[in-house]
Write a protein that binds this ligand. Structure first.
Ligand code: PLP
Length: 499
């Protein structure tokens, strides 16, 4: 492809992306293809002769788009939203056009410098303490691929620090704490590093947030057993239910026992952009005690995947653990210690130029626009969860959290089937539909259904439709099992709502 062919194909691509955006709402959320559909449609080998790009572009439309789950659909409520803004698309496009592995400052000064500034901007957006700013030259932020990479990187740093301070402790005595609600990223990091994990119990009565007392008891027990706990991964906004660990209690205990605290705020961290959410997220404790903190902007935070930021209070712990400098990577600027070499802040060497999309998004939206987007997701969730809590068909399984509602079927008064069984049936019915997508979870043995809001395109009318559809399906489940609780929920009309 030459430059002029690229110009033509590029214009066509942008046109088609716009058309896609106009039509995505009319598409099914869930793809209808069968497993293996693509292998049947594609040749088993690459073509011997190069092909015309217009044919390749058409095949993308015909073969790939039908096999996509439409995460950008306004009725996609599964998992968590996956940010996709035009600013982010353009950031990726420009970044890709100057592909640049950016591992050292001198391998591309703009890549390193923009990342250092953008992670500072993001820290200020969220109200993080200046200890986490690159500009203070002690701590700092780095863009990682995912929250999984962030927790793994933090654990490598924590282990390295612990081993330096306790050279006689053997690796098999090290212990890594998570909770039963921590995302699997915690267990995975421990698995990769070959470290023992203990998952601490959390309860519905605490809204699934870890208490200081539980941590203290575990520490005492494990230390008595000759183990060496060195890190805890706490969460602000768990994936299952949006739970917030009681950082106000556990930070103090963690400090007393010199535990490294990593806070995984992958999903809910962006809510800190709105000052009204900072207290319930225990931001002041994050600012005072936490060693490393991670937020994914690629979920609710308007920056397209991948855009996970890891902030550390002390960058030396990262670089001490990860700096391996062969002669060919040495540079005058690094030797002088005047620049950041991001290769020493993550696991790989080369890295994508991801800060560009942060820059585009944060400038185009501004702090106000960003906050407005977050507040809209929270508002829609409040509305939806209020309908659930006054419903005769379904009920909240735990308190709604920011943009997440977790629900189940109401317990039948004259049981012909268990509550759990009915919720599973409801989930089966919802999953059989193509016009909505939700995911399941299990909380303390209770089967639940999650509705996650915060996608940019989701408006009030979509959650109205989602609630009515939920009631329709729940009603059918009750009818099938001859359950009569009370009068069936009335259909909500958009007109009946506040504007
Ligand atoms: C989504 C999520 C993760 C995993 O994020 P990746 O960036 O995909 O690794 C981890 N923790 C929480 C709380 C999450 O919501």
């Amino acid at each position: 492809m030459d430059i002029e062919q690229f110009r033509k194909a590029g214009h066509q691509a942008i046109d088609r992306i716009c058309d896609f955006n106009y039509s995505v709402e009319k598409m099914d959320v869930v793809s209808s293809v069968e497993p293996g559909y693509l292998r049947k449609a594609l040749p088993s080998e690459p073509p011997e002769q190069g092909e015309d790009f217009s044919k390749i572009a058409d095949d993308y439309q015909q073969l790939i788009v039908p096999g996509l789950t439409q995460w950008q659909h306004p009725s996609f409520f599964a998992y968590f939203p996956a940010a996709c803004t035009f600013e982010g698309v353009l950031g990726d496009l420009y970044a890709s056009s100057v592909t640049n592995p950016g591992f050292n400052w001198s391998s591309s000064p703009a890549c390193t410098e923009l990342e250092a500034i953008m992670t500072d901007w993001a820290a200020k957006l969220l109200g993080l303490d200046k200890a986490f700013l690159n500009s203070n030259e002690t701590g700092g932020g780095v863009v990682q691929t995912s929250a999984s990479d962030s927790v793994l990187t933090a654990t490598v740093a924590a282990r390295s620090l612990y081993s330096k301070l306790h050279p006689d402790v053997s690796q098999d005595k090290l212990l890594f704490y998570t909770t039963s609600q921590t995302h699997s990223v915690g267990a995975k990091a421990a698995l990769i590093l070959g470290i023992k994990v203990r998952s601490l119990e959390v309860n519905l009565s605490d809204n699934f947030g870890l208490r200081g007392e539980t941590l203290r008891n575990a520490l005492e027990e494990d230390i008595r057993a000759g183990l060496h706990p060195f890190i805890i991964v706490a969460t602000i906004g768990t994936t299952s239910s949006g739970a917030i660990d009681h950082l106000n209690e556990i930070c103090v205990v963690a400090q007393e026992y010199s535990l490294w605290m990593h806070v995984d705020a992958a999903w809910a961290g962006v809510t800190l952009s709105c000052p009204e959410n900072r207290e319930i997220c225990h931001l002041s404790f994050v600012n005072r005690y936490v060693q490393s903190f991670c937020v994914n902007f690629h979920k609710w935070g308007l920056v397209n995947f991948d855009a996970s930021i890891l902030w550390v209070r002390n960058r030396e712990y990262l670089t001490d653990a990860l700096d391996v400098t062969p002669p060919f990577l040495r540079t005058a600027q690094s030797d002088a210690g005047t620049v950041i070499d991001y290769r020493n802040w993550h696991l790989g060497l080369g890295r994508r130029f991801r800060s560009l999309k942060f820059w585009f998004v944060l400038r185009s939206y501004g702090v106000e626009g960003f906050r407005q987007h977050i507040r809209k997701g929270i508002e829609l969730n409040k509305l939806f969860s209020s309908w659930v809590s006054s419903s005769t068909l379904v009920e909240l399984a735990t308190s709604p959290s920011f943009g997440l509602t977790v629900l189940r079927m109401k317990a039948p008064k004259h049981p012909t089937a268990s509550q759990d069984f009915l919720t599973r049936k409801l989930f089966e019915c919802l999953s059989a539909r193509k016009d909505i997508m939700v995911t399941q979870t299990v909380l303390q043995g209770i089967f639940c259904i999650r509705f996650a809001f915060g996608a940019e395109r989701t408006e009030e009318r979509h959650i109205v439709a989602a609630f009515n559809l939920l009631c329709d399906e729940a009603r059918k489940v009750n009818e099938e099992f001859k359950i009569r609780n009370a009068e069936h929920d009335k259909v909500i009309t958009v007109k009946s709502l506040r504007n």
